[in-house]
Design a protein around this ligand. Structure first.
Ligand code: FES
Length: 228
């Protein structure tokens, strides 16, 4: 895939993370949950790309998060993608529960918009509400997430790989009891080679063995996860 060069026009601070708003020479489309690999060409030490995910789209800019802390407005950014598996939201879904564990709720915004477009009810369980969250979305604390299992048709969320164990312990999901059958999670992890060198740094342990998030994720079925 040929990389394209974008310009970082603006950085938006949104809760614990920030969003990079990029001006691209052409429109890039990604499905909810897919990722881009990006690195700044203005910093020659930055040879390893970062994985960034679309948040809200504006007419003119591609907005990706989480924005690396050292990027600055005006930087030239080399972009590749989109890559990876997307969330799957059946067209007849009417009740969606979403969760964010690590202040990454902005990564769920494309899925939120898709769910609202399909006229689904959406509840977001998070400690950090994205600033541009549509008013139709109800926000509740993550501690109440298990109450959604009784009513939601689709459960989806985002968390960092290092938080998997804590998350499963807190929610008591180790045996996946009472989880909706359709339950997915985007696992945010470094993806330095994007699968080109099989570095293994993005590996996630599933019941079927180790899988590469860059190639087989970064969205996984929660039912497939193996947490030690
Ligand atoms: S990032 Fe290297 S194998 Fe996934």
């Amino acid at each position: 895939m040929v990389p394209i060069e974008a310009v970082l026009r603006e950085i938006r601070y949104d809760g614990p993370g920030s969003i990079a708003c990029l001006e691209c020479p052409r429109k890039l489309h990604a499905l909810p949950g897919q990722y881009f690999l990006a690195n700044s060409t203005d910093d020659e030490r930055e040879i390893i790309p970062f994985a960034l995910y679309p948040t809200t789209c504006t007419e003119d800019w591609l907005c990706l998060a989480p924005c690396p802390a050292h990027w600055q407005a005006g930087d030239r950014i080399l972009l590749r993608g989109p890559f990876g598996k997307a969330f799957h939201l059946p067209a007849d879904t009417r009740k969606v529960a979403l969760f964010d564990w690590d202040g990454l709720a902005s990564l769920l915004m494309p899925l939120i918009h898709q769910a609202l477009y399909q006229r689904s009810e959406v509840v977001l369980y998070t400690h950090t509400t994205p600033s541009n969250l549509p008013p139709e979305v109800e926000v509740l604390p993550p501690g109440q997430l298990s109450e959604s299992f009784g009513w939601c048709e689709v459960l989806a969320g985002v968390l960092c790989r290092d938080s998997l164990r804590d998350f499963f312990q807190m929610t008591g999901w180790r045996n996946h009891l009472h989880l909706p059958s359709h339950a997915e999670v985007l696992i945010h992890t470094p993806m330095p080679c994007g699968g080109t060198a099989e570095c293994g740094i993005c590996a996630i342990l599933l019941k079927q063995g180790w899988k590469l998030a860059c190639k087989e994720g970064a969205v996984f079925s929660i039912h497939d996860l193996e947490v030690e």
